[in-house]
Design a protein around this ligand. Sequence first.
Ligand SMILES: [Zn+2]
Length: 225
Amino acid sequence: MSQHPPPIRQHPSPNFSARRDGLVPHMIVLHYTGMRSTEDALDRLCDPGAEVSAHYVICPQGTIWQLVAEDKRAWHAGAGTWAGQGDINSRSIGVELVNTGAQPFPNPQMRALTTLMRGIMTRHAIAPQGVIAHSDMAPERKEDPGPRFDWRRLARQGLALAPLGMGPDLPLGPSLDAIGYPVASADKRLQAFRFRFHQTASGPETETEADRRRAAAVAQAFRAS
Ligand SMILES: [Zn+2]
């Protein structure tokens, strides 16, 4: 595997502003575009009328496009909170993966992502627990990057946290609070948690002992880090 950083193509978007209150990025928010083509995604993220953007877009073949400078505030996260903090756009770098949501994420795209993330996390001293899904901070509104995204691959490389085994059977709600999940309906919080930390879960949208034990282990990992 090549260790050379992937080439980054510039595709500037007008959709950005200054980070508020002197905030600097300490998080990365991962997204899928929900669109079929890279061109459509770039067009939308650069359309002044759409008022959305991201710092980076990665196409399925692994090409990385930079739309917004890292010191600027891109408009990718929208309303939501994580670990009790709002204005996630001012606190994060946003990365969009071109994917409809129904496809697997191809290896070249994942390889480009992990290389890009390593650079971002080094430049801004971002810890693995600062890497979240869009659905984590907005479970009522968002499902990306969805249940097909390979969080374990990131965790193995120290680029995100993943549950290490099972914890004790504790109530789910307080564990999800401790991880950082915002207030939301119980079923949407459970869905967001499963997308991220319990991707093999199936069946009805009601919590199981496996959800609770896993959440307790994740909460422990977030507390310890
Ligand atoms: Zn998103």
